[in-house]
Write a protein that binds this ligand. Structure first.
Ligand SMILES: Nc1ncnc2c1ncn2[C@@H]1O[C@H](COP(=O)(O)OP(=O)(O)OP(=O)(O)O)[C@@H](O)[C@H]1O
Ligand SMILES: [Mg+2]
Length: 410
């Protein structure tokens, strides 16, 4: 594949991050420019104010463009409550014309029937990912070239409320940027941090953002399930504000500096002075109580993730355990808490094989933005994301989805 410039814009609840990148033939990302600014007009992953959000996106792009590249199109992340997921089954008879052998055509036909089951009309399909093939009643890894009569394909479908996509498109339009593709956040983060071996042996990616926590399960090289949980770092901070009646800045600061996802009566047996309800006023609070407040929410979040894992169709082992990304992954001992509750290995995911990376990007917070670059390289069909493009075409999502889907077929 020719080397080209790819732009990723991660539109998060707390920050907007634009990265101009390039991928070489060894799958290494070269960061050519980046712009990180505080997010505006976004709540729990959703655009709530188009004007504010587009101003923030423009500011982020302007920073990234300081290196001399002009952004014309970008891969954009999406998360939030308006994302829903379904598992569906599609079926196709194997044509006798081709000697009864499965080809890509049969797989495409089966996948199309999986979508035929009417979805509510206010939803837009983002991703359709086949994860299991059954040929004449037997599960097979790669049916292409095999003989049979009936092919069943299980697919995982990610949809989003139409208005949310339209608002996102509007934000990018106002910023003068075309959308190459809208990508579900944990899928982008997974591109950034997971290895092919982890996807094969089974792994759960958990992206802990500010407004949402999104999860994606991978096994046997396929995506089996995704889900967005409406709890994020903001929820932890709100809990602290309510419990200790301290101001939002103090709550956020202390969460990051002294917060611990495992409250420990021995390690945390002390009182600490924190800024109270008003700036400049200090109060004493129990450090143990502070961390118990954090752990209560963290436990609830882990409960949600465990629920999703237990209800996933995949019944094999997640041998590679859990990979945590997003700013919340930086919370002290959050990896320990996940490891204890899951009895599985846990690691913090930082995008691998990234060059020209400023230290600021070397964090799980930027896994999604960096992953969007790799996503664009692996699944993209578009022109150079930084070259002037006079057609001004906007994405026809369905056509793009069909091209993109071919990348997922065996
Ligand atoms: N050291 C830390 N301890 C605890 N939380 C942290 C720490 N560092 C950052 N966070 C939290 O991470 C969150 C920001 O993460 P991130 O940048 O991944 O969110 P986002 O992408 O903007 O949001 P979303 O994906 O939910 O739309 C904030 O809520 C912040 O409080
Ligand atoms: Mg995020």
């Amino acid at each position: 594949m020719a080397v080209r410039h790819i732009v990723g814009i991660d539109i998060g609840t707390s920050k907007i991050c634009t990265i101009i990148g390039q991928i070489d033939k060894d799958d290494r990302i070269n960061v050519l420019g980046s712009g990180i600014v505080p997010s505006k007009g976004i709540e729990r992953g959703m655009v709530v104010n188009i004007e504010e959000a587009s101003r923030a996106v423009i500011a982020s792009i302007d920073k990234a463009e300081l290196t001399g590249y002009r952004v014309v199109s970008a891969y954009v992340s999406i998360s939030g409550r308006h994302v829903r997921t379904y598992n569906r089954k599609g079926v196709a008879a194997i044509s006798r014309v081709g000697d009864g052998m499965v080809t890509r055509d049969e797989i495409m036909r089966a996948i199309e029937t999986a979508q035929a089951d009417a979805l509510p009309t206010n939803l837009e399909i983002l991703h359709v990912m086949p994860y299991r093939y059954i040929l004449d009643g037997n599960v097979v890894r790669d049916p292409i070239g095999m003989h049979g009569f009936r092919l069943e394909v299980d697919v995982h479908i990610v949809v989003c409320e139409m208005v949310a996509i339209q608002n996102l498109i509007k934000v990018l339009q106002e910023a003068g940027v075309e959308i190459d593709e809208v990508v579900l956040q944990p899928l982008a983060a997974a591109e950034g941090v997971l290895t092919a071996e982890e996807r094969e042996s089974g792994v759960v990616l958990v992206d802990m953002g500010c407004g949402t926590t999104s999860v994606a399960f991978f096994a046997q090289g396929n995506t089996w399930h995704t889900h967005v949980i409406p709890i994020g770092g903001h929820t932890f901070t709100s809990d602290i504000i309510m419990t200790f009646q301290i101001n939002p800045h103090s709550a956020e600061h202390n969460k990051q500096v002294i917060g611990d996802a495992i409250a420990d009566p021995v390690r945390h047996n002390e009182y600490i002075e924190v800024e109270g309800g008003r700036a400049g006023d200090y109060i004493e609070i129990s450090r143990l109580l502070f961390n118990q407040c954090i752990q209560a929410r963290a436990d609830e979040l882990v409960d949600f993730v465990i629920y999703e894992v237990n209800h996933s169709i995949y019944d094999g082992a997640y041998a590679s355990g859990i990979v945590l990304t997003g700013g919340g992954a930086q919370m002290t001992n959050i990896d320990m808490l996940f490891a204890e509750r899951f009895s599985a290995p846990v690691r913090i995911g930082i995008a691998h094989d990234v060059y020209g990376l400023s230290d600021a990007l070397n964090s799980p917070m930027y896994a999604t933005a960096l992953g969007l670059i790799r996503w664009g390289y692996h699944h993209g069909t578009t022109d150079d994301g930084t070259r002037a493009n006079d057609e001004g075409r906007w994405v026809e999502l369905y056509e793009r989805f069909k091209e993109w889907l071919r990348e997922f077929l065996p």
